[in-house]
Design a protein around this ligand. Structure first.
Ligand SMILES: [Cu+2]
Length: 92
């Protein structure tokens, strides 16, 4: 590999990292009746590989999830909360 090519790769690497399909989805979560439920939902979401952050709005019954779309999907997020006892749907 030429030095020039190597230098170009090193330069482009951070751009590739930025382009890593970070997405945010909002889930409407059912069955959250107390603060402990929201902790359960948060933990179940954060266990999913590719999820970097899950924020729960207990009052609005919503979960805002930041994830890498190359590693997981909204379908997987919905499944994991549903499996934990809190069926959810993706808010459009
Ligand atoms: Cu609860």
């Amino acid at each position: 590999m030429s030095k020039l090519l190597a230098a170009a790769l090193v330069t482009l690497m951070p751009l590739a990292a930025l382009a890593a399909t970070s997405r945010t989805a909002v889930l409407e979560v059912q069955n959250m009746t107390c603060e402990l439920c929201s902790v359960t939902v948060k933990k179940s979401l954060e266990k999913v590989a590719g999820v970097s952050q899950a924020r729960i709005d207990f009052a609005r019954k919503r979960a805002t999830v930041t994830f890498d779309a190359d590693m997981t999907s909204t379908t997987a997020l919905v499944k994991v909360t549903t499996d934990a006892g809190f069926p959810s749907t993706v808010q459009k």
